[in-house]
Design a protein around this ligand. Structure first.
Ligand SMILES: [Mg+2]
Length: 275
């Protein structure tokens, strides 16, 4: 499959055929708390052309409203309904399941705020100290398990420890560590899974063939775009390089082709200069 560098003709085709641009954030729009130069101007130029802009991020450390604040502070126009992050998507997903009981959240305060916004009962955020002596650790009777827990939600948790892992036994390495003793496969809300795009699609009635995902990671952003029928644009300001793309092109595994973007450009500034 070809992955073409965006030139003026391709940029024109993209603008003609795409109504909705979905942007990953870290490594595309900003690096930590600094705008990647030119990206805010490109978003503004797309908006001027009447394009709808969405922000879609795997980072569970912020609420939607905190993302709006961050966008604004770095010069990106955003409203809450334009942002989807894993904390919000997970709360929305759990809410749609109509679960009875509580959520045990191995996560952070922002995830708690998102659960609260749907009125979902939860606990577990913050430190959970190991009680008693070291010999007692691992003896289930010394750990109070709440029988009302019907769901375990796992995200970025700065306080993860043995107690939490045992209680959850039910992000990434933490999910891996928890899913084996829990003997349950998790529903993964973040990219490369399609949960966040599915929620966005439903809420905004999006036609995937008129959507483009712009990201810096072949494994998450580009994969979800290809799986969901969106166009995809890789920017080389973050995780993935052209060597990675080449490696995916050379692999015979059929899943590898989903990691190959339709287009690439050096950064968003370059794309902005072509539209
Ligand atoms: Mg990224």
């Amino acid at each position: 499959m070809a992955c073409r560098k965006v030139d003026r003709a391709i940029a024109r085709k993209i603008i003609d055929s795409i109504d909705n641009f979905l942007f990953d954030c870290d490594g595309v729009l900003w690096e930590a708390s600094k705008e990647i130069p030119g990206s805010a101007d490109t978003i503004a130029a797309l908006r001027k052309l009447g394009k709808k802009i969405f922000y879609i991020t795997n980072n569970s450390g912020k609420t939607r409203s905190q993302y709006v604040q961050k966008c604004k502070s770095l010069g990106f126009h955003a409203a809450e309904e334009d942002v989807i992050c894993t904390g919000h998507a997970a709360a929305q997903y759990i809410n749609a399941q109509n679960l009875k009981g509580k959520v045990y959240c191995v996560g952070n305060t922002s995830m708690g705020v998102e659960l609260d916004s749907f009125g979902i009962k939860h606990f577990g955020i913050g430190p959970d100290e190991v009680p008693g002596s070291i010999e007692q650790i691992g003896i289930q009777q010394h750990i109070n398990l709440d029988p009302e827990v019907s769901c375990v939600l796992v995200g970025f948790d700065p306080h993860i420890n043995y107690m939490k892992m045992t209680k959850a036994a039910s992000t990434g390495a933490v999910v891996g560590a928890i899913k084996i003793p829990a003997r349950k496969e998790p529903v993964v809300v973040g990219k490369p899974n399609s949960v966040m795009f599915d929620l966005l699609k439903k809420e905004h009635n999006l036609d995937p063939s008129r959507c483009m995902m712009v990201g810096d990671s072949c494994h998450t952003d580009i994969f979800v775009a290809q799986k969901c029928g969106m166009s995809s644009l890789l920017v080389l300001t973050g995780v993935s390089s052209l060597e990675d793309v080449k490696r995916y092109q050379d692999q015979s595994d059929p899943e590898s082709k989903f990691n190959i973007p339709d287009f690439y450009c050096t950064d968003l500034k370059e794309f902005g200069n072509l539209i």
